[in-house]
Design a protein around this ligand. Structure first.
Ligand code: HMN
Length: 292
């Protein structure tokens, strides 16, 4: 089977001024991931504003990215939503479009039972028709807090090869990695990429990789060569950008930076998200001119 370890950009979904998907800009985001020598892309996740898109739009994005990637990237399709049937449809589309894996967030809002979650993942795996599944655990946004044992049960489902662990709890990450040596753990919070790797993650998937993907690649290389001191200083510089993004809003902030760099055409986000105001833009401009 394919080796998925590595660094992945959680792709944004560029829109035009009317909030329609801008496929040309989406293509250049994919090229930007290739140019940064990233391992792959994670398409249609939180960062992709997937929960603000229709089912047809999500499918179109999956297909468009696969075409643009020209076989140069590992492709992970995020197909999660709270409706099992929708996830299955997208998983099936991902398979058809040539994706290498699917991923799905734990269904949220209703507080489904754990048995319901297991059935949900089984159904998606079934629809993905042989594609490996990466469970997406992001308790701060879903409100679904999985225990170590529950995570292990999910990891033991057929075709589940790993988890995207977006949590500040590095102790849990360490336990997952330690107890499930055959599975792959992706770090989901970019600000703890280095500590996540130290705790046993074999890569990361995140929004800021769209802009500073090469920093995470560099940290990974430095860890391998035993130079943790320098890895720390690269993480530190990444975190100063992340501080700013968290302050102004990660998705609109990243879109603004990518638009300023000429990679995407507009910094439009979908309502109810809001674009940066002029003061926030000035903050980002000042940061870019001094650091990026
Ligand atoms: C996705 O699902 O699209 C992303 O991979 C989510 C990713 O883990 C991001 N998490 C959130 O936005 C909650 C991080 O990249 C995050 O934006 C970054 O670490 C800054 O906090």
């Amino acid at each position: 089977t394919k080796n998925f370890a590595g660094e992945y950009a959680a792709l944004l979904t560029p829109f035009d001024q009317k909030e329609n998907i801008d496929f040309k800009s989406l293509q250049s985001l994919v090229v930007n991931a290739i140019d940064q020598d990233l391992t792959g892309v994670y398409v249609g996740g939180s960062t992709g504003e997937a929960f603000l898109q229709s089912q047809a739009e999500r499918r179109d994005c999956l297909e468009s990215v696969a075409e643009s990637s020209l076989g140069k990237l590992n492709l992970i399709a995020h197909v999660g939503s709270i409706r099992t049937k929708d996830c299955c449809e997208l998983a099936n589309a991902a398979k058809g479009a040539g994706y290498h894996a699917v991923s799905a967030v734990t269904p949220f809002y209703y507080g489904f039972s754990f048995d319901a979650l297991l059935d949900h993942y089984r159904a998606i795996v079934d629809a993905a028709d042989g594609l490996p599944m990466i469970v997406y655990n992001i308790p701060v946004l879903t409100g679904v807090a999985l225990s170590d044992m529950q995570i292990e049960e999910l990891l033991n489902l057929e075709n589940v090869i790993g988890i995207k662990q977006t949590s500040i709890d590095l102790y849990q990450l360490e336990k997952i990695a330690n107890r499930n040596p055959g599975k792959i753990v992706f770090n989901g919070f970019d600000e703890i990429f280095l500590p996540g790797q130290m705790a046993g993650a074999q890569g990361g998937i995140g929004s800021t990789y769209n802009v500073i993907g090469s920093k995470y690649k560099e940290i990974q290389k430095l860890i391998c060569s035993g130079d943790v001191g320098r890895a720390k200083s690269v993480q530190k510089s990444a975190n100063r950008l992340i501080d700013l993004l968290v302050l102004v809003g990660v998705i609109p902030g990243l879109k603004y930076i990518l638009q300023q760099k000429g990679i995407i055409a507009t910094d439009t986000v979908r309502a109810p998200f809001r674009m940066l105001d002029s003061m926030q833009k000035r903050l980002v401009d000042d940061f870019i001119s001094s650091a990026l």
